[in-house]
Design a protein around this ligand. Structure first.
Ligand code: AHR
Length: 499
């Protein structure tokens, strides 16, 4: 099969906001306890945080981490996680039917984020809490001092404010499973009032309002429109969440699911623009895709879990090769929409539907999905170029005209290179990939790596990491154009040096 991609230096989509490589760490399952935090582990630092996990997180190059939930945040009292650890209460976490001891709370998490060099995106509780709590937590985290909450932070050991810039106004408030779920009217009102007081405390913060918790929610669309009527002028982003799975064991159908993500982004952008037009606003609202991933492998196991354990092993999906391919298509889709998607959070980061897994007392290791993310977050910076791709397409149960090759090209001015990420969705045909770089003068192939040639069900484990990128020689510069071979079922990264 032939695949011809054309880009032109004059035609850009937008610059990639580094926060598109965000992630998410919820205070649930083994994300925190025996994930990032395990006092006594042989790699633990003096505060009990695992050094092996820290190194893998750093290598992943994630930029921002959403915390502490997720469903968990809607029943969370953040004050339970401050002050002397021995005095902190253990509480029932109703969202995940677990027991939370608060051994790790706000200060410990901020310490960890600082150690790994990631910005924090803090979510507030708009389930069981409200406007007063919203202003208090911003004052505690961001006000320099001289007030009740800011001085309490200083007393608890943080002289300087945390300066958290990005805040989520609750989580999935449309979902019947959410603690304190709300109608769009109820949520729109409380979110607008919470946003007002939070920005009064710190005008430099940015706020994310909750969109629908999934595109399949019956209230999707109407929820966004109603909520935005209330919050449009008070917030900076609206959220999108999606999880995908290959429940039908249909590989072509599964790999096409990134089209759902693309349509979701298009629809939410259109709703934002409708409210912009209706209210004659000057402002264009951007999007925060603050939960996205594959999630389905652990569902059956989790339904058998005993309730009220501390740090139970839940949502521990083990990802295979086909998951990494869909994951790659999802990453490409986010990048192609970088004019609207400014924040995106891979949900989640450690142990819970995560690219990084740990064994209690043992090793930390990379899942198959770790590698496409790491490559994109390491090299996918600069300006996404508009492109045309000529390639054949297929139909599957859910979608028509699915292109066999999904790709994106990013021009990195600082490095003077173009980086292409591409997935070949074909099960049996390689793609002769030709790229015309109008307005550029390509010099060399800096690097061409591929993840391919595995059984679709191949997984990684603590014992072996078979699914990972391998260098290929099958790419060259000829007559100002690029050609490369994209193997059947492959994730590819091509870095092109420019003159
Ligand atoms: O990431 C797991 C859960 O998925 C989050 O807690 C929730 O927001 C979503 O439904």
């Amino acid at each position: 099969m032939k695949a011809k991609m054309t880009v032109n230096k004059c035609f850009e989509i937008d610059a990639v906001d580094p926060r598109i490589y965000g992630s998410f760490l919820e205070q649930m399952g083994r994300a925190v306890y025996t994930g990032i935090f395990e006092p006594g582990h042989k790699t633990a630092d003096t505060k009990g945080f695992r050094g092996d996990v820290r190194d893998l997180v750093k290598e992943l190059k994630t930029t921002i981490v959403r915390y502490p939930g997720g469903n968990y945040v809607s029943g969370y009292n953040w004050e339970d996680g401050i002050g002397p650890v021995a005095e902190r209460p253990a509480r029932l976490d109703l969202a995940w039917k677990s027991v939370e001891t608060h051994e790790v709370g706000l200060h410990e998490f901020m310490y960890w984020a600082n150690e790994v060099g990631i910005e924090v995106c803090m979510a507030i509780n708009l389930g069981t809490k409200g406007v007063d709590d919203a202003r208090n937590i911003v004052e505690y985290c961001n006000h320099p001092g001289g007030t009740y909450w800011s001085d309490l932070r200083r007393k608890n050991g943080a002289e300087k404010p945390f300066k958290i810039k990005t805040w989520c106004l609750g989580n999935e408030m449309d979902g019947p499973w959410q603690i304190g779920a709300k109608t769009a009217e109820e949520y729109g009102r409380i979110a607008a009032e919470a946003a007002k007081v939070m920005k009064l405390v710190d005008p430099d913060i940015e706020l994310v309002a909750c969109g629908s918790s999934a595109r399949w929610m019956p209230t999707f669309g109407a929820w966004e429109a109603t909520v935005l009527e209330h919050v449009y002028e008070h917030v900076d982003y609206i959220s999108l969440h999606s999880y995908y799975g290959n429940q039908k064991n249909d590989v072509p159908g599964y790999l096409a699911k990134s089209i759902d993500m693309d349509r979701f982004i298009g629809s939410v952008s259109a709703i934002c623009d409708y409210i912009k037009a209706k209210t004659r606003s000057e402002k264009t609202l951007n999007l925060s895709y603050d939960e996205w991933n594959v999630w389905y492998h652990s569902n059956e196991q989790d339904s058998k879990n005993e309730p009220w354990q501390k740090a139970p092993p839940i949502l521990e999906d083990i990802y295979n090769f086909e998951d990494a391919l869909l994951f790659g298509c999802l990453l490409i889709t986010l990048l192609k929409n970088c004019n609207r998607i400014k924040i995106a959070c891979l949900a989640q980061l450690v142990n819970v539907i995560a690219p990084i897994m740990t064994e209690k007392g043992g090793a930390a290791w990379q899942q198959t999905t770790y590698f496409p993310f790491m490559q994109a977050a390491s090299h996918g910076h600069g300006v996404v170029l508009r492109h045309n791709i000529d390639v054949s397409a297929y139909d599957c149960e859910e979608f028509k005209d699915v292109p066999y090759v999904e790709a994106v090209a990013i021009f990195n001015r600082e490095e003077n290179e173009i980086v292409v990420f591409a997935v070949n969705r074909s099960m049996d045909e390689h793609a002769d990939f030709d790229m015309e770089l109008q307005g550029f003068d390509p010099k060399n192939i800096i690097e061409f790596t591929e993840i391919c040639d595995y059984d679709v069900k191949q997984v990684n484990s603590s014992a072996a990491i078979p699914v990972s990128p391998k260098t290929s020689q099958a790419a060259s510069v000829a007559g100002g154009n690029i050609s490369a071979t994209l193997k059947p079922l492959s994730w590819n990264m091509l870095r092109i040096g420019l003159n």
